[in-house]
Design a protein around this ligand. Structure first.
Ligand SMILES: [Zn+2]
Length: 138
């Protein structure tokens, strides 16, 4: 087994359910799943609708707009790889389409974050395969 290098950040590993999602991010789109049966919109891809259990889902790009539903500011790095990032703000963002997603703020001082602050998606390419969806102040 390969030893974990704690100075490097862990990256997500796309699987069959999430390949389209990660491909979308590489092309600057956050894809949400829309259920054609009950019209539920879900973030975080899976094979079936979390509302009705149906499997007639289609990917559509999000507008990228949202607002801060909740947040916390991290002052103590969870590991050596995050040391250079602190302090940083972890946001629970309510997307304009409805789903909520967790990510981090980029491009402004974490001390400026407020509830209901308008944010927009920022695409942070961290490797050839992985672009992370983050948020900046709108
Ligand atoms: Zn549904």
């Amino acid at each position: 087994m390969a030893s974990e290098d704690s100075t490097r950040k862990p990256l997500p590993a796309p699987d069959a359910d999430t390949t389209a999602f990660w491909r979308g991010l590489r092309h600057g789109k956050l894809l949400l799943q829309h259920c054609r049966r009950c019209r539920n919109v879900q973030y975080y891809q899976q094979a079936t609708c979390r509302e009705c259990g149906g499997d007639d889902l289609e990917h559509r790009p999000a507008t990228g707009r949202g607002k801060v539903h909740s947040f916390s500011v991290v002052y103590r790095a969870p590991g050596p790889a995050f040391k250079a990032d602190v302090p940083y703000a972890v946001l629970l963002v309510e997307l304009a389409e409805g789903p909520r997603m967790i990510s981090t703020l980029t491009g402004s001082d974490p001390a400026e974050v407020t509830f209901d602050m308008e944010v927009e998606l920022a695409f942070d390419q961290v490797s050839d395969d992985i672009t992370l969806p983050r948020f900046r102040k709108a």
